[in-house]
Design a protein. Sequence first.
Length: 169
Amino acid sequence: MALPPTWNLFGEDHLPHRLQLLARMIDRESARQLQSQSGLSLADWRVLAFAGTAGMTSAAEICTAFQIDRAEVSRAISKLSQSGLIVRTPDDGNRKRLLLQLTPAGTALFSKTRQARVAYFAKITADLTTEERRTLEKLITKIAQAVDSFGHGASNSMTELTSETREVD
């Protein structure tokens, strides 16, 4: 598959654009594989994977973990519940909250699908050395932390960036 036509749209200095495109490419291929291998959507997989990894969980925790829309998670939970892959039980500590847990069939599908996902990610990173993988992990973590700092009011960074941009114009 060729790179998207907008890969070089902003030049080499616009790494966030390329990261977004790469994430979309991975999501698109993941969605295709999940559907053909397991009959799952990407949202279904995220719910199944989080519940399979975290154990008993809630829709809100899944939304927060993946930073995705509650409606998307809700639809996936309904589908997985109707398919007998998860069960919803009331939380004794909070009557409004439902806890999600994989059924034995859900656990089996999670395990099978997780192996396929691990194999896919190993394949797309196979050309990277161990050191390159470590470096990439450190770099994307740094970028994620920088992005996260904007959401936590890091010295009003957006206002500062806007002011700097105006001065350059």
